[in-house]
Design a protein around this ligand. Structure first.
Ligand code: C5J
Length: 230
């Protein structure tokens, strides 16, 4: 088994490429582009765009070296039967989940806004997880899929840092996965939450996981011997 090491905080993380997956969380129009759920909540969605390029570079490298790749999407059935009433009424929004917006019905599967941003679309064969909640493990088959693939380490990217990324990392941590987060591959509508969200992950000896950068992840993935993950 090839063992490699990511430089990270609070200390380096050893991993085996064969048991490492890239998890790209909710890089959807509804969060990243104007006219979607993120904007309906009153956020400046342009703040999330900084993560796109680093995510793209990590995704391309992960594809090149043959890592297992999973993309998640938050959204609901057209009849909203899988959306808790509490979620539907939260925020007293003028245009809310299920309502018609500039990119179709907000946070509803199959609508333009629910889809991945064009820069980070999955390739055929990459796993897509449709999730109704903030956590990627809640009411999905992600755990089953990761276990079947023998995955132990997750490189977690996506949006937003303190909501779906944090919830997913916490869920993964409790299920025994080691999560590493490239800080420039996650983003928040709130600069303060971005900073504190990452601090919380790596504090107390890495209570939820490790924090690194896209450059470090890419540099180390480049060291994977050719036949290791194929
Ligand atoms: C939110 C997410 N922020 N993907 N979802 O509602 O972080």
């Amino acid at each position: 088994m090839t063992k490699l090491k990511f430089e990270a905080e609070p200390y380096p993380l050893e991993f085996e490429p064969q048991s490492t997956a890239l998890l790209m969380i909710d890089m959807q129009r509804d969060f990243v582009e104007p006219g979607g759920f993120g904007e309906m909540l009153g956020n400046d969605v342009s703040l999330l765009r900084s993560a796109i390029e680093p995510c793209k570079r990590v995704l391309e490298k992960a594809r090149e070296v043959g890592l297992f790749i999973v993309h998640t999407r938050e959204g609901h059935r057209a009849d909203l039967s899988d959306a808790p009433p509490s979620k539907l009424k939260r925020g007293n929004l003028e245009i809310d989940i299920g309502d018609e917006g500039p990119m179709g019905r907000i946070l509803v599967r199959g609508e333009e806004g629910h889809d991945f941003i064009p820069e980070l679309c999955p390739l055929p064969g990459e796993t897509v997880i449709e999730k109704p909640g903030k956590g990627s493990f809640y009411r999905t088959d992600l755990l089953l899929i990761l276990r079947n693939q023998g995955i132990k380490t997750l490189i977690c990217c996506g949006v937003t840092t303190e909501v779906c990324v944090h919830t997913t990392v916490r869920e993964a941590n409790d299920r025994g996965f080691e999560c590493i987060i490239p800080s420039d591959c996650v983003a928040s509508y709130f600069p303060e939450f971005q900073r504190v969200g990452l601090e919380m992950i790596k504090a107390q000896g890495g209570i939820f996981g490790w924090v690194s950068t896209s450059d470090e992840i890419i540099k180390v993935l480049e060291q994977i011997p050719k036949e290791t993950t194929s």
